[in-house]
Ligand binder design. Structure first.
Ligand SMILES: [Zn+2]
Length: 521
């Protein structure tokens, strides 16, 4: 059926608005004559609401989010007593349980975050708590024993750290994936069908958020297979672009897997694999992001996960094989290192310009350099607010650096392609909340604005989730509502043009159209 949208505000993209829009019976945006020529027509009134292009999340982890949702949910717990109660209840209700996973714990929770604290609740099976930054685990003694970390003999790590107590034994806190994986690699694996269910649950959250396409920015062995299985069963409604994670230790042996899976994925219309993901540094919450000026408390400058010649070589191999490189870099020295390596890496596949994800601490010189190298920035606007996650970095960074984080307006003004994303489950998949913080630089009216000079317009925020996302992903589709393109669009329950912060905060997605079909029904 051909559709005629009218009676509201229609944002086409790139700052342009329209009063009506036509969609033909194949789900493509068309002119009025084509609409009239269709066999059946429907007029849809927007009731004064806003219609915008469909959103794309260029860096999220839906399978992790779905798996996490299958474990014990401790997101709303903020005291050790409540945590203890939740863990003990989970254990006593599930006597057959061999492993207890819970997510996500509030790192600012008062009380001792040690293995002994968890042992006092559940001592007999491994207990693994995932932190809200997703770069930290808090585990009990049993988990450390199973991983062989309690015999005084610790492996050397390429990055990250096993926190140690004065007695030389682990405290129970593991930082960054090389340390976390020592425990996580032993966790009982989901069955393929359980993973498919986790992915489909995540997909439903995307649809509710108005998202029609996602780049999964962390694909390890066994994960692409979940997407393939879901596609084989005809269950996927959205499009997914998968980014294979390059591990500094195993990159060369993993690369054959990337190539093999890319071919396999290309057989399914919803799936592509075009990027290789690199981590050059850590995060500010653990003071592991690479910075040019030392952290105020630890006096160190964070860590780089790769040696320069190795990363240049790995980026070149990825490029020569037609992959886009998607580089996690958070500290200013990490971003500079990533740019240096990008500039030295040979050949670049056309249409797949490099991506730096997060780029939290930048300078105008770094932005200029990124522009010269035609590097995309993949930002998480939701983080640009004075919430616990940002404030937990204050002791490490100090006020001046904290204030300068997430210079989104400067990035756009420098002419960079800035695409938005959630990094879910690190933070909410809600695009509307991301847009709200991008525009207001606060997540609630009680919060002080975080560096409001870096606020951007509603239109710029929407473009970052739509046209800029398409550009980052190297798509033919422009991500705008243009004649000839698939009708991928979102209807919101109000016209955000006329709303203040409270209006933004309570806005909802009413419809998520992908190729002319409303998935939110
Ligand atoms: Zn991520």
């Amino acid at each position: 059926m051909a559709l005629h949208f009218q009676g509201g505000t229609i944002y086409l993209g790139f700052g342009v608005y329209a009063e009506e829009l036509f969609v033909d019976d194949s789900g493509h945006i068309c002119d009025v004559e084509t609409f009239k020529a269709a066999k059946t027509q429907e007029v849809i009134s927007l009731n004064g609401n806003l219609l915008v292009p469909g959103f794309r999340d260029t860096h999220a982890h839906p399978l992790f989010a779905g798996r996490e949702a299958q474990g014990l949910d401790i997101t709303s717990i903020h005291t050790i007593d409540e945590l203890g109660l939740a863990l003990k209840t989970q254990r006593s209700k599930n006597p057959e349980l061999g492993w207890l996973d819970a997510a996500v714990y509030d790192r600012s929770m008062t009380g001792l975050q040690t293995r002994e604290t968890l042992d006092s609740f559940v001592p007999d099976i491994p207990v693994v708590l995932h932190a809200d930054d997703h770069h930290t685990l808090w585990v009990n003694t049993k988990a450390l024993e199973v991983a062989g970390l309690m015999n005084g003999d610790l492996p050397s790590l390429s990055a990250g750290r096993i926190d140690l107590a004065e007695n030389g034994l682990p405290t129970g806190i593991l930082r960054e994936w090389p340390a976390m994986s020592l425990v996580m690699n032993l966790a009982p694996a989901n069955s393929l069908q359980e993973d498919v269910q986790a992915l489909l649950w995540a997909e439903q959250q995307f649809i509710q958020a108005g998202i029609i396409e996602c780049q999964d920015a962390w694909i390890d062995r066994g994960m692409a297979e979940v997407y393939i299985e879901a596609a084989k069963q005809g269950l996927l409604k959205l499009d997914y672009s998968l980014a294979f994670r390059a591990d500094v230790e195993t990159f060369s042996s993993d690369f054959a897997y990337f190539l093999e899976l890319r071919v396999e994925l290309s057989k399914y219309k919803n799936l592509t694999a075009q990027a290789v993901k690199f981590f050059v540094d850590g995060v500010f919450g653990s003071a592991t992001a690479s910075v040019s000026e030392p952290y105020l408390d630890s006096k160190n400058v964070g860590e780089l996960n790769w040696a320069k010649d190795e990363l240049v070589k790995a980026l070149s191999i990825a490029h020569q094989n037609g992959f886009q490189v998607h580089i996690h870099a958070i500290g200013d020295a990490g971003v500079e290192f990533a740019l240096d390596c990008i500039s030295e890496a040979s050949y670049r596949p056309t249409g797949l310009d490099p991506v730096i994800a997060h780029a939290e601490l930048t300078t105008s010189a770094l932005l200029m350099k990124a522009k010269q190298l035609e590097t995309n920035l993949c930002m998480q606007p939701y983080w640009a607010q004075n919430n616990g996650m940002l404030l937990s970095c204050r002791d490490h960074l100090g006020d001046t650096r904290l204030h300068s984080l997430y210079a989104i307006k400067d990035m756009i003004d420098a002419g960079l392609n800035v695409s938005f994303s959630s990094d879910w489950p690190v933070s909410t998949p809600s695009v509307l909340q991301g847009i709200t913080v991008a525009v207001f630089r606060q997540g609630s009216s009680q919060m002080f604005k975080h560096n409001p000079d870096q606020a951007i317009s509603l239109e710029q925020a929407i473009d970052s989730y739509t046209s800029s996302a398409c550009k980052l992903l190297g798509k033919q589709n422009s991500g705008t509502l243009t004649i000839g393109q698939p009708f991928d669009a979102v209807i919101l329950d109000r016209n955000l043009k006329e709303e203040n912060l409270d209006g933004f905060l309570s806005a909802k997605v009413l419809a998520t159209y992908k190729a002319g079909i409303n998935l939110l029904v």
